[in-house]
Design a protein. Structure first.
Length: 475
C-alpha cells in the first residue's frame, strides 16, 4: 500500500520521511518545479527546493522547560527527520534554534533522494481521488494534504468539495533581510534578551526621539497594492467559522501594530526589556533585533518586522532604524495568502477527515497550526498515522497530556466560530491538578513539572504505539 503526500514544504517532507522510515512506499508531490527551463513557483517562494523557509529561519526557543522546547524534545524522541536536519544546520541565535535556510533545504533534498521508499513527483495535484487509488506503482491507501498556506486554487476548490465547506483564509507576512556588510556596527550592539543564551542578535537601539521619528514615517508610508492572488472574495464561512481578509494576530505587519497606538511596537517586536546596552549600561527606548540568516553571517533578518509597504517606502522607513541608515536590503517585507481548514469541524485526533470513507489526513499550516516547528510536528504525526493505516491498523493518537497532543487537541476541539491557527504555548497544555497548583507557586517550577509529565506520557505512548519498533519492517 502506498501513501500519497501532497506538498514539499515542511510538513510534507517530514510526513514522507517518517512513513518511509516505517517501511511504507510514499509518493511525494510538489507543484514547484522547473518547466521549460524556468521555475514554477508560488507568489511567496523563491526556489523549488523542499523545506524552503519563506518567512523566518527560526524554530523558536531551545530554553529548557519552555513550550517550544518541549514540543521539539518530543519530536526528537520520535525521530523527526527535519528537526534532526535543523539541529545539524543550526546557526547561532541565542536561546533559539535557527537554521541556515539554504543548507537546511539542501539536506532535506538529500534525505529524500537517499530514501528508496520515496518517489518524488513534480506536478500539481488538482484532484483528490477516492480512498483506494490504483496506479502503475500500486494502491494508494491514504493521502496526506500538506500544501501549506499557498494551496493552489484548483486544489483548494477540491478540498472544499471533499470537506463540504469553504476553506478559511488570512494574510501572513514576511520579514525583510539586510546585507550584514551594510550595517553600521558602531551604532548597534550584540546581546540576547536577559542574557539568555549567547549574544547572537544585533540590537539597534532607539532614543525616544528616534522612535517617534521612525513611527511617524511608518504611519505615513504608502502600503503595497494587493495582488490578484491575495484576493479572497470567494472565501465563505466554514461551518460557522469566521472568514475574510484578516491577519493572523500573532504575525501582524508592523504598520498594523503601529496604528493601534504609539507604544504598541515598543511593547511588541521593538520591546527593549532585557536588552541593556553594554556600552551605556541603560535600556534603550526601543530596539529592533536582527538575527543571522546563515553560518556565514552575511545577512540578517529584521525579527518581527513583517510589513506590507511598497518597497521604496520600506527602504525609506527602515533606514531610519539606528545602524541601518545605509542598509542594502536583500529581501523586502511581503504579504502572502494563508489558507487553512476549519479543523475543529473537519478533523479527528488522528488528523483524519471525519466525514465519509475518504482517508484524507491534513498536516502543516493548512491543518490549522501556525509556525515552522508546529508544521513539522503535525507532519511527523501524519506520517506515523498514515503508516498505521497502510498496515491496516487504527492509528493511536498521541496523548492529550503531551505537547504534540495538546497542539492537535487545540485544532480539533477549539471553538469553530472564531478558530485561528495556534503556536504551541503552555496555555494549550493540559493544566496541572489543583493540588499541584496550590503547593507550587513558582511559575517556572510549574512549567518544569508540566514538561516532565508530558515527556513521561510521550515516552510511554511511543513505547506502546509500535511506531519505533516497526521501523523498516515494511508495510
Amino acid at each position: 500500500m502506498r501513501i500519497r503526500v501532497i506538498g514539499g514544504g515542511l510538513a510534507g517532507p517530514e510526513a514522507a520521511l517518517t512513513a518511509a522510515r516505517l517501511g511504507c512506499q510514499v509518493d511525494l508531490y510538489e507543484m514547484r518545479a522547473m518547466i521549460d527551463g524556468k521555475p514554477r513557483l508560488t507568489p511567496a517562494h523563491q526556489t523549488i527546493e523542499f523545506g524552503e523557509l519563506v518567512c523566518s529561519n527560526s524554530l523558536k526557543s531551545e530554553s529548557p522547560n519552555t513550550a517550544p522546547w518541549l514540543l521539539k524534545q518530543e519530536m526528537r524522541r520520535a525521530g523527526s527527520a527535519l528537526l534532526s536536519i535543523a539541529d545539524a544546520t543550526a546557526v547561532p541565535a541565542g536561546h533559539a534554534l535557527a537554521v541556515d535556510r539554504i543548507e537546511f533545504s539542501r539536506r532535506i533534498a538529500e534525505a529524500i533522494a537517499a530514501e528508496p521508499n520515496i518517489r518524488v513527483i513534480r506536478e500539481e495535484v488538482t484532484s483528490l481521488a477516492d480512498p483506494l487509488v490504483q496506479n502503475e506503482h500500486g494502491t494508494t491507501c491514504c493521502t496526506i494534504i500538506a500544501t501549506g498556506p499557498l494551496t493552489t486554487s484548483a486544489l483548494s476548490a477540491e478540498i472544499q468539495r471533499f470537506t463540504g465547506s469553504e476553506h478559511l483564509a488570512f494574510y501572513d507576512s514576511i520579514s525583510p533581510i539586510v546585507d550584514a556588510d551594510s550595517i553600521d556596527m558602531n551604532r548597534v550592539y550584540f546581546a540576547a534578551r536577559w542574557d539568555k543564551g549567547t549574544a547572537d542578535y544585533i540590537n539597534c537601539p532607539f532614543t525616544r526621539e528616534e522612535y517617534d521619528r521612525f513611527l511617524d514615517a511608518l504611519l505615513a508610508a504608502e502600503p503595497a497594492e494587493s495582488k490578484e492572488w491575495e484576493q479572497i472574495e470567494n472565501a465563505q464561512p466554514s461551518s460557522g467559522a469566521g472568514c475574510g481578509a484578516k491577519y493572523f494576530e500573532g504575525c501582524l505587519p508592523i504598520e498594523v501594530l503601529a496604528r493601534r497606538g504609539r507604544d504598541t511596537l515598543r511593547f511588541g517586536p521593538m520591546k527593549p526589556v532585557g536588552l541593556r546596552d553594554p556600552r551605556t549600561g541603560k535600556t534603550p527606548w526601543a530596539v529592533v533585533q536582527l538575527r543571522k540568516e546563515n553560518l556565514r553571517a552575511d545577512s540578517y533578518n529584521l525579527v518581527g518586522f513583517q510589513n506590507h509597504l511598497k518597497w521604496g517606502e520600506q527602504a525609506r522607513v527602515l533606514r531610519l532604524i539606528p545602524g541601518l541608515e545605509n542598509a542594502r536590503f536583500l529581501r523586502y517585507g511581503q504579504i502572502h495568502r494563508n489558507t487553512y481548514i476549519c479543523a475543529p469541524v473537519l478533523l479527528d485526533e488522528n488528523l483524519l477527515l471525519k466525514a465519509g470513507e475518504r482517508k484524507l489526513l491534513f498536516a502543516g499550516q493548512i491543518s490549522g497550526v501556525e509556525g515552522y516547528t508546529e508544521s513539522i510536528a503535525t507532519g511527523l504525526l501524519a506520517g506515523l498515522y498514515a503508516a498505521s493505516i497502510a498496515r491496516g491498523e487504527t492509528p493511536t493518537p498521541v496523548p492529550r497530556s503531551t505537547a504534540l497532543g495538546s497542539l492537535v487537541h487545540y485544532i480539533t476541539h477549539a471553538e469553530a466560530k472564531n478558530f485561528q491557527p495556534a503556536n504551541i504555548t503552555f496555555d494549550l497544555l493540559e493544566p496541572l491538578d489543583d493540588e499541584t497548583r496550590r503547593t507550587t507557586r513558582d511559575k517556572k517550577e510549574r512549567h518544569r513539572i508540566q514538561c516532565e509529565r508530558a515527556l513521561a506520557a510521550f515516552d510511554a505512548w511511543l513505547a506502546n504505539s509500535g511506531y519505533v519498533s516497526n521501523a523498516k519492517t515494511g508495510a
